[in-house]
Each structure stands twice: as structure tokens, then as C-alpha cells.
Ligand binder design. Structure first.
Ligand code: ADP
Length: 626
């Protein structure tokens, strides 16, 4: 057995590999870039080696530095994780040439599966059904157009060297082919340095189904059943599950047998995944499932397979790399219950999923299994994939597994980094998903409703009032100002600032001593209340700049990111209370910002047409001296 292992990766997958290695008594060596000097994977490893600057091409993608780090620390083997160098046959070969153990397939298998056209031909020859299409050498436009017509529209033009959803064009009809082909070829040449394309039938109601396979150096190959990864956003997986909903035993058997044939065709060693595309317009049928590609590494979504089979796939990788035979035979493997995984990202669904970077000062996730790459206080840097964690559930039924995952996503509290937790919770609450009606267009078809932030629920709002009363008790004046005084004459409602918007909240009948740690955190004078996967900023005053001047200091801040559509005043102007200063367009609505009191415009940082960030100081009104 390997005694020491270098992990050529970062984030959750590096931590995941360290966990198993440690349980097996293997010494672990981490590598890290400048940005990751204090990252979780570095803290968890027995040793860590700095390999360069923050951009991956200067650190995690530099094979020589990684091999040198292994040599310097006496590590015997290198595990590449996923992404980075994991499917780089040259690197795999360099590791082997350096006398180290490569925890992965033979370089020749990686190469064989590297190009989509070559892989499809290999699979077709091995009797694995491949998506109908043309995958030959002839790249003459007229010839390709003829093939497309033969296949039947709509078709998909795919770069043979493509990956990550890039270099693909859907063509609806023959008259569009001549325009789409050169644009796909240009993108392929620019992104992958290879302009060759293949033509495939465009599958209607496509489902992404993949089979986990495993081989050893003794010639054994098994499968560990299928995963369904149909819930995707722009060809990127969001939710994965195992087994696939609606898969009957006979179909599963044929699909998994085809996957094993595919792995045998390349003498596969280690963990691999055969990806298929299914036309689910009439359920899952063996004659409508086709080979798409093979990933020659551990997948992000491997935990769902681990949960249903009870197998630690990283342990198997390390045993196989050490020369051992697979720990189990095919007949010893079976499916136990149902598992699901949700990918928690530092991204903001309300702004088109822009990555959200910064320090993760508050993180509370209560999950059965959560594979983490970060802890509270850690930094999310702009250099790498912004995945925070994978939330994984497993139980005896799909319904229970789904409900658990939904609750755990809704209960993921993070601040100030924005996350997709609320989006995930809502996605998982879709009745069609519960009914197993999945396909790769599922998210796009519901994009609008899934990406708007719902208002803070009444229950959560009421809990927040208690928190505000408690935390502001000491600040004299604040309570009186808002009418929230314990012995004052009762008021029916109070105006709060929730995410910069005025929210009338009913006054509670009585006050309880609220605990500040109950799914909330503080940020300055604001309470951050977590509710159903979203974070809300709540303050005990009317929104600044909302016009009623309640407690305003004259600083008019942008209540949310948006665009200024009109500026009504100039610097130095006299203004009166309530006078319109400017109009902001945000979230498709216009917001008027008005003078909080009589005074003069002391500062003006607003220009019609300009984009502004949340909390940007737009105008400062100064009260005139008496
Ligand atoms: P990449 O290597 O860029 O990830 P893939 O060939 O794996 O590209 O395809 C990525 C995704 O694109 C699939 O998961 C599926 O959602 C969609 N897709 C691929 N081929 C087809 C097809 N023939 N018809 C419809 N959708 C497809």
C-alpha cells in the first residue's frame, strides 16, 4: 500500500482525498498557491508545499512543480482529483516517468477518450450505442451539410476537442447550417486549438445519465450503477442523484453492461465515468440511450454513488493504484436506497449567477454529509471555481432523500458571501422534480422564478424584530425613534429596512429575550436573518434614502445594485425634505431617492446611465446651519 500521497488539487476534493488517506494511515502532502496559503486543504494535510502564484496556470496546472514537490517531500504517489491536471495524459506520463505512482488510468486510456470523435468511434466499434451522427475526417462544409440533412434536424455541431459545454451549436434547420458551422469552428479553434467538428442528432428532452466504472491492474472491471445529472445550468451539473428516477432493472442492466464494455475497450484502470445521453420523451428506453463521452477521473458527484453502494471510491482508487485487486466483485455490489447531491456555490442567482468572492465570515450548514472546501473565516478567492461545498443526503426512498436535501439547502446560512442555497432549495421544491420529470432544460425553463429572491417570510421577520429589540436596547434613542419601546403606548406596526426596502412589520404582542445566534448574525447595526437559504439585511429604521427621513444621517446610499436613470439635482442645490433627488432602476423597478430633510446637496456621485453597487454613496445632504 502507498505510504504517502501528494494531492495535486485544492478545495473540497483535496479535503475529501485527505480524509480517506488519513483513515488508511497514509501521509498526505498538499500543494498550494499564494491565494491558498491558509486554505483548508493545507491545514488538513500532514505537509504542504507552496507551488506558485495564485493563477492556476502558475501553480495547480504546472506539472513540473507538482512532481518536484512530490520528490522533495518523499511522496510516493500523486492523486490529481478532478479538473486541473486530472485528464492530462502528458502529466500522467511525466508522473510515471519520475518514478511516482499515478492515481488514475493509464495515460493511453486518457488519450483514447480525449477527443469526442475518436472516443465515439472506439465505443461504436465496441458495440456501445453512440448518438446518431457523423464523426469522420471529412470537414468539407457541403459534405457536413449533407450529413446533417441525413441525420435530420435539429442537429448539434460539436467541437471534437470540446469540453465544459463550449464549442457546441444547435442548428434548427438546414438554412441555418451554413452560418452556424464557421462560428462553431472559430470557437473550437480559439478555445481548443482544433477546429474539427462532429455532427450529432439533437436529442429532445435530453437526460444526462452516467455510469461509474472501476478497473484494476488485474483485468477486473465493475460498474457501480448509474447517476442522473440532468439538472444542469448551461451544461453544468447542479443536482445529481443515484439511482436515476424511472430506470427499470432491464434498462439499467443493459446500460451498465454497455459502460463496462466501454471501459474494457480501453483497458481501463481506476475510477471512470461513462456519460450517456437519453431521449426521455417516452421514458427511459434502451434504444434511446447513447454514449456521449468518458471522464477518466473521479467525478465531482461521486459521493452519491458512495452513499448507495457503501463504497469509498477514493479508497478504491488508492488500493488499485497500489496494485491491489478491486475489493468487490460485481455480484457483491448493490443499490441501497437513494442519494442526492447539491452543489453549493458562492454565486448570486439574482445577478445571473455572478461569482461572489470575499471572506466567508458566517457559515452554518447542518447536513448528513457535507464535503467542504472551506470553513467559517476562510476566503473565497476569484482565482478558482467558487464551489463552497457539496451537500449530500441518503435515505431509503427518493422522496425522503429529496425532502432532506431541500431542508438542508434551505438551512444553509452563509454571510456575507452570496450563495445559491435558496435557489437550490426552491429547485428541489419543484413538484415536477419530485415526480422525476427531469431533463437538461429543467432549470432554463424555470429560470425566472428560481432566481428571484422571495421576500423575508413573516415568521422570520417577527423573529428578527425580537432580535433587533434586544440588540438595540442599549442604544438609547433608537427604540424610541422606531416606536419600539417596551413601556410606550402600543403601536400596530413598525417600519424596518429589509435589504434596503421599507417593510411594515406587525408589532409583536410581547417581547421575548431573543438569542442572537438563532439563524442570524450581526453585521454592524444590521441583523442578518437567514430564511430558506437566503440572507436578509434587516435594520431597525426606515430605509436610508427612502424619503421619509426616519433617522437619516443625510447619506443617501444605493439600496441595491442598479442603474441610475435620472438625476434631479446638482451639487450645491438647496433641497427640501421629500424632494426627489434621483431615480434608480434595480430589479426591473424604479426607486426614487428623496431628500431626508431640508438642506443642501453637499456631495453628488451620481450620473444618469451609471451602474451603481449596493451601498454606494450617491448623494450627501447636509442640514443648513441655523
Ligand atoms: P462537454 O464535453 O463540453 O461537457 P458533452 O458532450 O459532455 O460536452 O455535452 C454536455 C451537455 O450538453 C450534456 O450533458 C447535454 O446536456 C448536452 N448535450 C450534449 N449532446 C447533446 C445532444 N446530442 N442533444 C442534446 N443535448 C446534448
Amino acid at each position: 500500500m502507498i505510504q504517502s500521497l501528494l494531492i495535486a488539487n485544492r478545495g473540497e476534493i483535496a479535503c475529501r482525498i485527505i480524509r480517506t488517506a488519513r483513515a488508511m494511515g497514509i501521509r498526505t502532502v498538499a500543494v498550494y498557491s499564494d491565494a491558498d496559503a491558509r486554505a483548508l486543504h493545507v491545514r488538513q494535510a500532514d505537509e504542504a508545499v507552496h507551488i506558485g502564484a495564485s493563477p492556476a496556470r502558475e501553480s495547480y496546472l504546472v506539472g513540473e512543480k507538482i512532481i518536484a514537490a512530490a520528490k522533495a517531500t518523499g511522496a510516493e504517489a500523486i492523486h490529481p482529483g478532478y479538473g486541473f491536471l486530472s485528464e492530462n495524459a502528458e502529466f500522467a506520463q511525466a508522473v510515471i516517468d519520475a518514478g511516482l505512482i499515478w492515481v488514475g488510468p493509464r495515460p493511453a486510456s486518457i488519450t483514447a477518450m480525449g477527443l469526442k470523435d475518436a472516443a465515439k468511434k472506439l465505443m461504436s466499434d465496441a458495440g456501445v450505442p453512440v448518438t446518431p451522427g457523423y464523426m469522420g475526417e471529412n470537414q468539407d462544409p457541403a459534405f457536413l451539410a449533407e450529413r446533417a440533412a441525413e441525420i435530420g434536424y435539429p442537429v448539434l455541431i460539436k467541437a471534437v476537442a470540446g469540453g465544459g459545454g463550449k464549442g457546441m451549436r444547435k442548428v434548427e434547420a438546414a438554412e441555418d447550417f451554413a452560418d452556424s458551422l464557421p462560428s462553431c469552428q472559430r470557437e473550437a479553434a480559439a478555445s481548443f486549438g482544433n477546429d474539427h467538428v462532429l455532427i450529432e442528432k439533437y436529442i429532445q428532452r435530453p437526460r444526462h445519465i452516467e455510469v461509474q466504472v472501476f478497473g484494476d491492474t488485474h483485468g477486473n472491471i465493475v460498474h457501480l450503477f448509474e447517476r442522473d445529472c440532468s439538472l444542469q445550468r448551461r451544461h453544468q451539473k447542479v443536482i445529481e442523484e443515484a439511482p436515476a428516477p424511472g430506470m427499470d432493472e432491464a434498462t439499467r442492466e443493459q446500460l451498465c453492461a454497455a459502460a463496462v464494455r466501454a471501459a474494457k475497450a480501453v483497458d481501463y484502470v481506476g475510477a471512470g465515468t461513462i456519460e450517456f445521453i437519453a431521449d426521455a420523451s417516452e421514458g427511459l428506453r434502451t434504444d434511446r440511450i447513447w454514449f456521449m463521452e468518458m471522464n477518466t477521473r473521479l467525478q465531482v458527484e461521486h459521493p452519491v454513488t458512495e452513499e448507495i453502494t457503501g463504497v469509498d471510491l477514493v479508497e478504491w482508487q488508492l488500493r488499485v493504484a497500489s496494485g491491489e485487486a478491486l475489493p468487490k466483485r460485481q455480484e457483491e455490489l448493490s443499490i441501497n436506497g437513494w442519494a442526492m447531491e447539491a452543489r453549493l456555490y458562492a454565486e448570486d442567482p439574482t445577478t445571473g449567477f455572478l461569482p461572489s468572492i470575499g471572506t466567508l465570515s458566517h457559515m452554518e450548514i447542518n447536513a448528513m454529509r457535507v464535503d467542504l472546501g472551506l470553513q467559517s473565516g476562510d476566503e473565497i478567492s476569484p482565482f478558482y471555481d467558487p464551489m463552497i461545498a457539496k451537500i449530500i443526503t441518503h435515505s431509503s426512498s427518493r422522496a425522503e432523500t429529496l425532502r432532506d436535501l431541500q431542508n438542508q439547502c434551505a438551512g444553509a446560512d452563509l454571510w456575507p458571501v452570496k450563495t445559491n442555497a435558496g435557489f437550490l432549495a426552491r429547485l428541489l421544491a419543484e413538484p415536477a422534480f419530485a415526480a422525476g420529470e427531469v431533463d437538461t432544460n429543467f432549470i432554463a425553463a424555470r429560470q425566472e422564478e428560481l432566481t428571484t429572491k422571495p421576500p423575508l417570510s413573516d415568521d422570520a421577520l417577527e423573529a428578527t424584530i425580537h432580535l433587533l429589540v434586544d440588540t438595540e436596547k442599549a442604544a438609547s434613542g433608537a427604540l424610541e425613534m422606531s416606536g419600539l419601546r417596551l413601556n410606550a403606548a402600543p403601536r400596530r406596526t413598525v417600519t424596518l429596512d429589509v435589504d434596503g426596502e421599507a417593510r411594515e412589520a406587525p408589532m409583536p404582542f410581547w417581547y421575548v429575550h431573543a438569542n442572537n445566534y438563532a439563524r442570524a448574525t450581526r453585521d454592524g447595526h444590521e441583523i442578518i436573518k437567514f430564511d430558506r437559504g437566503y440572507a436578509y439585511r434587516v435594520a431597525l429604521h426606515a430605509p436610508r434614502g427612502s424619503g421619509d427621513g426616519g433617522g437619516s444621517d443625510g447619506f443617501i446610499l444605493s439600496p441595491m445594485p442598479g442603474r441610475i436613470i435620472a438625476v434631479e439635482v446638482a451639487a450645491g442645490d438647496q433641497v427640501t425634505k421629500g424632494q426627489k433627488l434621483l431615480t434608480l432602476e434595480a430589479m426591473k423597478m424604479e426607486h426614487t431617492l428623496a431628500a431626508p430633510f431640508d438642506g443642501v446637496v453637499a456631495e453628488l456621485n451620481a450620473e444618469a446611465g451609471a451602474q451603481v453597487q449596493v451601498e454606494a454613496l450617491l448623494v450627501r445632504v447636509e442640514a443648513e446651519e441655523q
